[in-house]
Design a protein around this ligand. Structure first.
Ligand code: PEP
Ligand code: MN
Length: 337
């Protein structure tokens, strides 16, 4: 439920109502605004009726939250949430680009690719140490050794890092070595994993499952936020359709949809969304134009030899020119890098 207080209600009045909400076992939310304060009560809403808050002299109205997701909903929290990876902000007026190889393959590859991201103007560095590959015979990632290389690349370039966490038992390691967790498309509905990263205070880049509805993505984010971690960035990375010309169908519809229905930042992955290097540039621009708060792009020092996703990885010079071409698009939507 959302409880809108009258303009004359003070912080003490809000606290008194919040403690009554807690006393019946509901989760209280305090959302001060410029004109009036809004309170929230999450849980079994039937018990709220026992408090008769609609008769309270300082309550203007009590309305149900209509969506299944609550904490991530715009209804509950009107202003854009800004989530920072290291010192790089995403959301609101801030636009950021995360780039780097699909997988961390070896020291030279990682450090050279990281240099390409830095000199090309990228803001954060990506690289997978634990890779969820479709085939058990494909390169599965370097694991802990990969995390160490990512950390070294981060220290050399000064770029904050994002890396995928595949299982609950790896959360602790990833937390120690990287600045943000990536939850991949294949794990978007791994609720144990969502709960585990929800108990960390590091930001989480949550990718949409390849057959997940927007509501399911938002409920996955709700798992993380309801555990106490508000730092979630949503990512559209393409969905499965009947089309096979491209690896996935990049569903840019969801960008403005998500921006209307959630306060969380939304970024786009045109690399996995298309699967084809030639399509990354136009779709990156389209993502900016439709309101994305950032991009995640695969860049490899030598895509032809890449152990994973070479066909969709940009060459260093392509990344650099894309970053320059994006600047007027970013300015046109009123955002800044
Ligand atoms: C990746 O980012 O390399 C990756 C595996 O992405 P997704 O989970 O979107 O397939
Ligand atoms: Mn990849």
């Amino acid at each position: 439920m959302i409880i809108v207080l009258k303009p004359e209600a003070t912080k003490n009045d809000a606290d008194e109502i919040l403690s009554r909400i807690s006393s019946v076992g509901l989760k209280p939310l305090y959302m001060p605004g410029t004109e009036r304060t809004v309170l929230g009560a999450l849980g079994d809403e039937r018990v709220l009726e026992t408090l008769h808050l609609d008769n309270h002299p300082l309550v203007e109205r009590v309305t149900p939250i209509l969506t299944l997701y609550k904490l991530v909903s715009r209804e509950v929290h009107r202003q854009d949430t800004v989530v920072s990876i290291g010192s790089v902000p995403f959301g609101g007026k801030h636009f950021g680009v995360i780039a780097g190889p699909c997988a961390i393959e070896n020291r030279e590859q990682m450090l050279t690719s990281a240099d390409a991201v830095k000199s090309g103007g990228g803001h954060c560095l990506r690289g997978g140490a634990y890779k969820p590959r479709s085939s058990p015979y494909s390169f599965q990632g370097l694991g802990l050794e990969g995390l160490e290389l990512l950390k070294e690349a981060s220290e050399k370039t000064g770029l904050a890092t994002v890396t995928e966490v595949l299982e609950v038992s790896d959360v602790e390691h990833v937390e120690q070595f990287a600045d943000a967790f990536q939850i991949g498309a294949r794990n978007m509905q791994n609720y144990r994993l969502l709960t585990a990263v929800g108990r960390s205070n590091k930001p989480v880049l949550l990718k949409r499952g390849m057959a997940a509805k927007v509501e399911e993505l938002l409920l996955a984010a709700e798992y993380i936020v309801s555990e106490g971690n508000p730092n979630v960035i949503l990512c559209e990375r393409g969905i499965r359709t009947f089309e096979t010309a491209t690896r996935n169908s990049l569903d840019l519809n969801v960008v403005p949809y998500l921006k209307q229905h959630t306060h969380l930042p939304v970024i786009v992955d045109p690399s996995h969304g298309t699967g084809l290097r030639e399509l990354v540039r136009p779709m990156a621009k389209a993502a900016v134009a439709c309101g994305a708060d950032g991009l995640i792009i695969e860049v490899h020092n030598n895509p032809k030899e890449a152990l994973s996703d070479g066909k969709q990885s940009l060459y260093p010079d392509e990344f650099k020119s894309l970053m320059n071409e994006l600047l007027p698009f970013i300015a046109a939507v009123g955002k800044k890098v």
